[in-house]
Design a binder for this molecule. Structure first.
Ligand SMILES: [Zn+2]
Length: 1121
C-alpha cells in the first residue's frame, strides 16, 4: 500500500486529497452516522476540468444509530481503465459500518475481511489511535474539492503502482475483480492532464464510460441486491437476529434509492426567489399550490434536494434561464426527512439559474403548525373558518416545497386566491387584486426582502383593522370584527416601540408596513413573521373592562419581543438552530430593555428577574444544555425553544450590557446588525462585533464563550476577612445521580463580579471585578460592615456569603432598604437555592425571610412566596399535611398583614396592583385571611347580574377561583366562558375552572381542551399546569398525559414548548421513588424520540431532586416550624 493519511480536523475534501487505501478519522461526523454509497453520476466532465473527474462516486451520510467502535473510513481504489489520459482509477470510500455489513453478508471472520483488505499493509494504521502520522503533501494532491459532500473521483495510477495487488484484492472483495487493470506505470502527472486543446479520443471516452457503468452496476448490486435483503438497517444498526425494527434506509417512496441521506440539505443548489401561488378553500378545508423556485447551481449536479412535508405533488418541471421549455422531471420523496429530490435528465451547470416548478395540494392542517385552520363563532354565533400559518421552525415545507433552513434566504412573491368576502395578509403590502372566477379573486403581494422560509406568513380570514402611520411605515392591528374594539392599546404600544427600536439600532424598520394579527387559536404567544406578526388574542388584545395590570404587561412584553425580532432574527438570522438564542435571547433581552425605557411604570424588570430565577433552576440540573448546542433532528430543534435559549440567553446579554456599559453594548449591536443584515450570523459574529468596539481592552469573545458553550452557571463563595475578600468559583449543580455527573468540576467561567458595600451603596456606585480564575482576592480600600455581590442581580450566578449571611440577615432586619428590592429578592433566591444544594441550612433561609413583615416591594415578596409555595406544595403532595399546614402558618405570619391590607380594587401603581393579584389569589386558593368570604360575595353579585357587573380586573382571578368551588358557580363560569368576547377574561375563567376540586370536572376540562371544541386547545398546557398544582388534580394530570400521549404529540409536536410545559408541570409535584419509576418507565415504553427528549430528562432530574430535598430537609422542617 502506498500510504494512508490522517488529516484530523481538516475538511473531508482535504482528507480526500489523497489516494490509495487509507483510513480516516471520522472527526466531523456524528457518531451515529454511517456511510452509504450512492453512485449517482458517471461520465466525462466538460472539457477544461481535470481528467480525474471521471467516475464520480457520491457518498452520503446516513443517520443510523450505530455501535461501531471505530469510526474510520477506508478508501479503496483500483485501476479501472486506460483512457486518452492514461490509466484512471476508481475509488470507493467505505467506513467501518460497511465492514460490519460485509462481515455479516460474507461469512468471513473479521480478521479475514480486514486482512484481505489490508493484506501486506504494514503501514495501514488505525488513525483513531495514531492521528496525524502523515501530513498531507501538496504534491500528491489531485482531488479537487467541489462541495461539502464527499466526491471521490478517479485518481492517477502512477502513484499506485507499488500497490496494485492490494487494490485488486480490495476490488475482489467488493466483487470488482473483473475490472480492467491499468496498462502500465506512468511517470509524470502531466501525462494525465488533459491536452491543452481539451481533446480526448473517442475510444478512451467510451472505455471510461463503459468502465464506469460496470462499476456502478457492480457496487449497486452489492449494496442493494446482495447486502440489503439479508441485513436490515434500523435505528439500532445492522441487526442479525431481529429483523422487525423500523427500516430507515433511504429509499424513496417509489422504491428507488433516494439520493440524499442527511437531514441538512446539500449546499450545491441555493434558492434565489420563490413565486408562490396558493388557493386555500375554507369550505373544503384544502389548499392547492404552485411554486416556482429560481435556484442557482453552485456545483454540477443532477439532483435538487429540498423540503416538502405532507404535500401531494402532482407535477414537477424544470426550466433553464435560457428560456427553454419547461421539462418534466422525475421527483423522489423521502418523508422521513421531509425531503424531495428533483432528478434532472442532464447535469445542471455551475453558475446557471434554473426554475423549478412544482404543483401540489394538501389539507389545511388541524395542528398548530404549517398552514392551519381554526374554527370560531362570528357575531351571529355562526361557525366560521380562519386560515393562518405558523412555520417556525420547520413547517414552511408543509405549505410549499422549499429549502427550509434559515440560511437559505431568498425573496418571495406570494399570490393568494380567496373568496372575495374574505381578506388575505402576507409579509409584504398587497400590490393588486384581480378577479379569477366567480366570487374568487387573487391578491398579489409585493416581492419580499431576502429572508428565511420560517418567516414567510399568510392569513386568510374575515378581518378588520385599525391603522396608523409612523416613520414611513403603516402599522395595523387586525382582529376578527367582534374583537376589533380591543386593538387600540396594541396599536399605540407598537408605534411607540417601533420608534424606539429604530432609534436604538440606528436602522429603520425596512418594510412599508407592519401588521399585527390576533389569531383565535394559536399555540405559542406570538410569531415574528417579517411584516406580519401573528399573536394569540390574549397577547395582543387589551380590553378595558377585563384586562388586568398583568395582562397589560404581557401584551406590551410580547409586542416588544416580536418587534425586536424584526431586526434580531428577521434582518439578521441565526445560521442554524444551534444558535437560536441569537434570535430568541436577543428578542427577550430587548423586550425587557425596551419596556424599561419606554414603559418604566410597568416595572417589567421584576418579571425578568423572576424568569431568570426559574431559568437558573432548570440550568442547575444535569439535564441542562449549553445555550448554543448542536442540533439536527426536528425534536432537537423544537426543544431549543426553551427557557435557556430565551431567558438564559437574555440574562447573559444583560450581564454583558452592565459590564461593557450601555453605550459600548449599544454600539456593538449596531455593528452586528450593519455587518450581517439580510444575512446570517453565528454567536462568534456577535462577539466579534462587540470586540470591534472594545478595541482590545476586553476580549468579549473569550469571556462570553465561557457562558454560551457551557451548561450551568457558577456559584461564587465570598469569604471576608477585614479588608481582604476571597472569592472562589465552582459549578452550581444539583447533583442527583452521582454516577451520571458530568465531570466538569474544573470548568471556569469569566465572571464579571459586581458588588456594593455599606461605604458605597447602590445609589452611588458599583464595583466590578472580572473573576477568570478559580479563586482570587479583592483588597478593599477600607474595612466595610457588609457587602452584597451581584448588584441588582445583573449577573447570571449565585453567591454564597459563608459567614456573612448572618450580617446580611441582620442588615435586612434592621435596615432592609439599604439594599435595592432586586438585591433583596436576589438574597432570598440565593439562600433557598443554597439550602436546596445543602450548602446553607434551611434555618438560615427561614431566618433571612423573617424581615418580610416589613417588606413592601413586589420583587422580594413574590420571590419569598414562590420559594415557600414550592415547599408547601411538595409537603402537601407527599401526604405531610400537618407540616404543610405549619408552612402555611409561617406564610401567614410573614405575609398575613400584607394580605389584609389589600383592597379589592384596581387602584395603585402597576407594581402594587400585581402584588395584589398575587397575594389575593394565593390567599383565596389556600383559604387564608378570610379571602374567600369577600371573593364569594363579589362572585355572587356578579353571577346574579348575569355577568354584567364589572369586577376589579386584578382580583378577578381570585374571585372566579372561589366561585368555581361550588358546582353551581363552576357551571355558570363555564357558560360565561363560552360567551365571553374577552380573551383576558377567558383566561382568568379557565384558570378558575381548572382549580376546582371536583375530579370529574377536571378530567372533562382536560379532555375537552385536547379536543378543542368547547375549550381551545391553546389553553391545554395552562389547564394542565393549574390542575397539577392541586392535591386532587396532580395525579389526574399525569394520568391524562399518559393516556393521551400520542394525541398530545400529534397536536403539539414532539419537543415543542407546549409539550415541554405539559411534561414539566404534570410531573413537577412528584417526590417519591414509585413516581420516579413510573415516569421513567412510561417514557421508556414510548418511542426513542420521546424518551430522549431533554424535557423528559429534566422531569426525571426534578423528581429525583424533590426526593432528595425531602430526605434532606423533612426532619429539619419538623424542628424548624
Ligand atoms: Zn421570539
Amino acid at each position: 500500500m502506498k500510504m494512508m493519511k490522517a488529516l484530523e480536523g481538516k475538511p473531508y475534501e482535504e482528507q480526500l486529497r489523497s489516494f490509495g487505501l487509507f483510513n480516516l478519522e471520522k472527526k466531523r461526523l456524528r457518531e451515529d452516522l454511517i456511510v452509504v454509497l450512492n453512485i449517482l453520476t458517471t461520465g466525462i466532465e466538460e472539457a477544461g476540468t481535470d481528467i480525474f473527474s471521471f467516475g464520480i462516486v457520491e457518498i452520503d451520510l446516513f443517520p443510523v444509530k450505530q455501535n461501531c467502535a471505530s469510526p474510520v473510513f477506508y478508501l479503496f481504489c483500483w485501476p479501472c481503465s486506460s483512457t486518452c489520459h492514461g490509466c484512471v482509477w476508481s475509488c470507493v470510500l467505505i467506513d467501518c459500518y460497511l465492514l460490519e455489513w460485509l462481515r455479516y453478508r460474507i461469512p468471513l471472520p473479521r480478521n479475514m475481511i480486514e486482512n484481505s483488505m489490508f493484506e501486506e499493509e504494514p503501514d495501514v494504521v488505525d488513525l483513531a489511535k495514531e492521528p496525524c502520522l502523515h501530513p498531507l503533501e501538496p504534491d500528491e494532491v489531485e482531488y479537487e474539492p467541489r462541495s461539502s459532500r464527499l466526491l471521490v473521483r478517479g485518481l492517477g495510477e502512477h502513484e499506485m503502482e507499488d500497490d496494485e495487488e492490494d487494490y485488486e484484492s480490495s476490488a475482489k472483495l467488493l466483487g470488482m475483480s473483473f475490472m480492467n487493470r491499468s496498462s502500465g506505470p506512468q511517470n509524470n502527472m502531466s501525462v494525465y492532464r488533459q491536452n491543452p486543446n481539451g481533446s480526448c479520443s473517442v475510444t478512451s471516452v467510451r472505455t471510461m464510460v463503459v468502465c464506469t457503468v460496470v462499476f456502478v452496476i457492480a457496487v449497486s448490486l452489492i449494496i442493494v441486491i446482495y447486502l440489503l435483503p439479508k441485513c436490515t438497517f434500523t435505528k439500532e444498526g445492522c441487526h442479525k437476529k431481529n429483523h422487525t425494527m423500523e427500516l430507515i434506509y433511504p429509499l424513496a417512496t417509489n422504491g428507488k434509492l433516494f439520493p440524499w441521506a442527511k437531514i441538512r440539505l446539500p449546499s450545491d443548489v441555493v434558492p434565489l426567489h420563490y413565486d408562490l401561488v396558493l388557493h386555500p378553500n375554507l369550505t373544503t378545508l384544502k389548499f392547492a399550490g404552485s411554486v416556482n423556485i429560481v435556484v442557482k447551481i453552485l456545483q454540477v449536479t443532477q439532483k435538487i434536494v429540498l423540503h416538502s412535508s405532507g404535500l401531494n405533488i402532482t407535477k414537477a418541471t424544470i426550466t433553464s434561464t435560457q428560456g427553454h421549455q419547461a421539462k418534466p422531471v422525475e421527483f423522489l420523496e423521502y418523508p422521513l426527512h421531509d425531503q424531495i429530490a428533483i432528478m434532472t435528465p442532464e447535469a445542471l451547470l455551475v453558475g446557471q439559474n434554473y426554475t423549478v416548478n412544482i404543483e401540489y395540494s394538501s389539507n389545511l392542517s388541524d395542528t398548530y403548525y404549517g398552514f392551519y385552520k381554526i374554527s370560531y363563532k362570528d357575531e351571529d354565533s355562526k361557525q366560521r373558518w380562519f386560515a393562518a400559518t405558523q412555520f417556525e421552525p420547520l413547517a414552511a415545507r408543509s405549505a410549499f416545497p422549499c429549502f427550509d433552513e434559515p440560511a437559505f434566504k431568498a425573496t418571495f412573491l406570494v399570490k393568494i386566491k380567496r373568496d372575495e368576502k374574505l381578506s388575505t395578509l402576507s409579509n409584504m403590502p398587497k400590490k393588486a387584486t384581480t378577479p379569477v372566477t366567480n366570487g374568487i379573486v387573487q391578491d398579489e403581494f409585493s416581492v419580499s426582502l431576502k429572508m428565511s422560509t420560517y418567516l414567510v406568513a399568510f392569513v386568510v380570514a374575515d378581518l378588520k383593522n385599525i391603522t396608523r402611520e409612523t416613520n414611513g411605515s403603516l402599522v395595523s392591528v387586525y382582529a376578527i370584527p367582534q374583537h376589533l374594539d380591543q386593538a387600540a392599546y396594541a396599536l399605540d404600544t407598537t408605534v411607540k416601540l417601533l420608534e424606539f427600536y429604530q432609534k436604538y439600532f440606528l436602522m429603520e424598520y425596512p418594510l412599508e408596513k407592519l401588521d399585527l394579527v390576533a389569531i383565535p387559536d394559536f399555540q405559542s404567544g406570538a410569531m415574528e413573521n417579517w411584516g406580519l406578526i401573528t399573536f394569540r388574542e390574549a397577547t395582543l388584545l387589551f380590553d378595558n373592562n377585563t384586562s388586568s395590570a398583568r395582562d397589560k404587561k404581557l401584551i406590551t412584553a410580547v409586542i416588544a419581543h416580536e418587534l425586536a425580532h424584526q431586526w434580531f432574527g428577521n434582518l439578521v438570522t441565526m445560521e442554524w438552530w444551534n444558535d437560536l438564542w441569537l434570535s430568541e435571547g436577543f428578542a427577550t433581552f430587548m423586550e425587557y430593555f425596551a419596556m424599561e425605557e419606554i414603559f418604566p411604570e410597568l416595572h417589567s424588570d421584576e418579571d425578568f428577574h423572576n424568569l431568570i430565577f426559574k431559568a437558573m433552576m432548570k440550568d442547575s440540573l444535569n439535564s441542562s444544555h449549553p445555550v448554543s448546542s448542536a442540533v439536527q433532528s426536528s425534536e432537537q430543534i423544537e426543544e431549543m425553544f426553551d427557557t435557556l435559549s430565551y431567558i438564559k440567553g437574555a440574562s447573559l446579554l444583560l450581564m454583558l450590557k452592565h459590564y461593557l456599559t450601555k453605550d459600548v453594548f449599544q454600539a456593538g449591536i449596531e455593528v452586528y446588525l450593519h455587518n450581517h443584515n439580510y444575512g446570517t450570523a453565528q454567536s462568534d459574529d456577535l462577539w466579534d462585533s462587540m470586540n470591534k468596539i472594545t478595541n482590545g481592552t476586553l476580549d468579549v469573545k473569550k469571556m462570553m464563550k465561557t457562558w454560551i458553550l457551557h451548561k450551568g452557571f457558577p456559584l461564587v463563595t465570598v469569604v471576608r476577612k477585614g479588608k481582604t475578600i476571597s472569592v472562589q468559583q465552582e459549578k452550581f449543580l444539583f447533583r442527583v445521580e452521582p454516577e451520571n455527573w458530568t465531570s466538569d468540576a474544573s470548568y471556569l467561567w469569566q465572571i464579571p463580579l459586581t458588588y456594593i458595600t455599606n461605604r458605597c451603596n447602590f445609589t452611588h456606585c458599583t464595583n466590578a471585578y472580572l473573576l477568570d480564575q478559580k479563586s482570587a482576592v479583592i483588597e478593599l480600600p477600607e474595612e466595610v460592615e457588609w457587602m452584597k455581590f451581584n448588584v441588582d442581580m445583573n449577573g447570571y450566578y449565585i453567591v454564597h456569603y459563608a459567614e456573612d449571611w448572618k450580617i446580611l440577615i441582620n442588615l435586612l432586619k434592621q435596615n432592609h432598604t439599604a439594599l435595592s428590592p432586586k438585591d433583596r429578592a436576589n438574597l432570598i433566591n440565593n439562600i433557598f437555592s443554597l439550602a436546596g444544594l445543602g450548602r446553607a441550612s434551611l434555618e438560615t433561609a427561614f431566618e433571612l425571610i423573617d424581615y418580610l413583615k416589613k417588606e413592601n416591594s413586589t420583587a422580594p415578596l413574590t420571590q419569598a412566596l414562590f420559594q415557600l409555595s414550592l415547599i408547601y406544595n411538595l409537603l402537601d403532595k407527599k401526604g405531610e399535611q400537618q407540616l404543610a399546614a405549619r408552612v402555611m402558618h409561617r406564610i401567614e405570619q410573614l405575609l398575613g398583614e400584607k394580605i389584609d391590607q389589600q383592597h379589592w380594587t384596581d387602584d395603585g401603581t402597576m407594581s402594587e396592583r400585581e402584588l395584589r393579584s398575587t397575594l389575593l389569589a394565593f390567599a383565596c386558593t389556600h383559604d387564608i385571611r378570610n379571602c374567600r368570604t369577600t371573593a364569594m360575595e363579589m362572585f355572587e353579585r356578579w353571577m346574579k347580574s348575569n355577568g354584567t357587573v364589572s369586577l376589579p380586573t386584578d382580583v378577578m382571578k381570585a374571585i372566579f377561583t372561589v366561585g368555581a368551588k361550588s358546582s353551581h358557580g363552576w357551571e355558570f363560569l363555564l357558560k360565561m366562558y363560552s360567551s365571553s368576547v374577552s380573551e383576558a377574561e377567558k383566561s382568568k375563567m379557565i384558570e378558575a375552572l381548572a382549580s376546582t376540586e371536583d375530579v370529574r370536572k377536571l378530567i372533562w376540562l382536560m379532555q375537552n381542551s385536547l379536543e378543542g371544541e368547547v375549550i381551545r386547545s391553546q389553553e391545554l398546557s395552562h389547564i394542565v399546569a393549574t390542575v397539577s398544582q392541586s392535591l386532587p388534580g396532580y395525579l389526574l394530570a399525569w394520568d391524562f398525559v399518559k393516556e393521551n400521549w400520542e394525541k398530545l404529540t400529534r397536536k403539539f409536536h414532539l419537543g415543542s414548548y407546549t409539550i415541554q410545559n405539559i411534561i414539566s408541570w404534570s410531573t413537577s409535584q412528584f417526590a417519591t421513588k414509585p413516581h420516579l419509576l413510573e415516569v421513567k418507565s412510561f417514557f421508556e415504553s414510548k418511542s426513542e424520540e420521546s424518551s430522549q427528549l431533554r424535557c423528559v430528562k429534566e422531569a426525571i432530574d426534578t423528581i429525583q431532586l424533590n426526593i432528595q430535598w425531602m430526605e434532606r430537609n423533612l426532619a429539619k422542617l419538623q424542628k424548624l416550624l
